[in-house]
Design a protein around this ligand. Structure first.
Ligand code: NAP
Length: 248
């Protein structure tokens, strides 16, 4: 039997890129998937892909920058599936710029979406996991949050914050058998990185010991592992999936 049979997973930012790959992977491993993001038509396409492969999914419009949207989506997901076993806080944005020119709004938007959104959604679904005395929370952070990244003060701060959030939650909920971990991707080929210049991409590639960019499936496999029963003794950890770009 696939390892996640009978589990329900909510994945934010499931409309494309890494979130879509995580959704397909967890569905292939038997989980029922709540697909959440702002772009509903793309979510419907991902749902169709999951169903074509024999899986189960439902779509939920969600803006993680809005507390109201988070609360209503969390309610709708729990009403639809009756429970939530796995939460993947994956939705994220960049608004890059050098610090001297970075607008406060661009700093705050990135923190709000990447960090505050993960905090609020976790808070909104925790009751269900606490009741079940079991749960898996997986936060998608970034190598930028570990190493820093010039031109990404807002993004690096949000992702470093997610690592701290992960550790605090792990300590707070370990007694209820809820594990909380982070995954720190390196450079993954998705719409988020397609916009980078060829020069920047070549520089990054030259720094990756495994000498290739990551694929969204590399992250999806790591999420499936952390969501599995076999990862039950791992909590508060940040798993690097970066081809060796950064070795903590
Ligand atoms: P992407 O292709 O740009 O996808 C981002 C996803 O986040 C989309 O599904 C988008 O959906 C969703 N999203 C953005 N703002 C949202 C909001 N306010 N509410 C709900 N959903 C929102 O990026 P990706 O590369 O797959 O990145 C996924 C995660 O991995 C991010 O957290 C990113 O920081 C992290 N990461 C990526 C890389 C990389 O190299 N690609 C490296 C390290 C970490 P909608 O637009 O439909 O809302």
């Amino acid at each position: 039997m696939p390892s996640l049979t009978g589990k329900t997973a909510l994945i934010t930012g499931a409309s494309q890129g890494i979130g879509r790959a995580i959704a397909l992977q967890l569905a292939a491993e038997g989980a029922q998937i709540a697909l959440a993001a702002r772009n509903e038509s793309k979510l419907v396409e991902v749902k169709a892909e999951i169903e074509a492969a024999g899986g189960t999914a439902a779509t939920f419009a969600l803006d993680v920058a809005s507390e109201d949207s988070i609360k209503s989506t969390a309610k709708a997901v729990l009403a639809h599936f009756g429970k939530l076993d796995i939460l993947v806080n994956n939705a994220g944005i960049t608004k890059d710029g050098l610090v001297l020119r970075m607008k406060l709004a661009d700093f705050e938007d990135v923190i709000r979406t990447n960090l505050t959104g993960a905090f609020l959604l976790t808070q909104a679904v925790l009751q269900s996991m606490l009741k079940a005395r079991s749960g898996r929370i997986i936060n998608i952070t970034s190598v930028s949050g570990e190493m820093g990244s010039a031109g990404q003060a807002n993004y690096a701060a949000s992702k470093a914050g997610m690592i701290g959030l992960t550790k605090a939650l792990a300590r707070e909920f370990a007694s209820r058998n809820i594990t909380v971990n982070a995954i720190a991707p390196g450079f993954i080929e998705t719409p988020m990185t397609h916009i980078l210049t060829d020069n920047r991409k070549a520089t990054v590639l030259s720094e990756i010991p495994l000498a290739r960019y990551g694929q969204d499936s590399d992250i999806a496999h790591a999420v499936a592992f952390l969501a599995s029963d076999g990862a039950g003794y791992i909590t508060g950890h940040t798993l690097d999936v970066n081809g060796g770009l950064h070795m903590a």
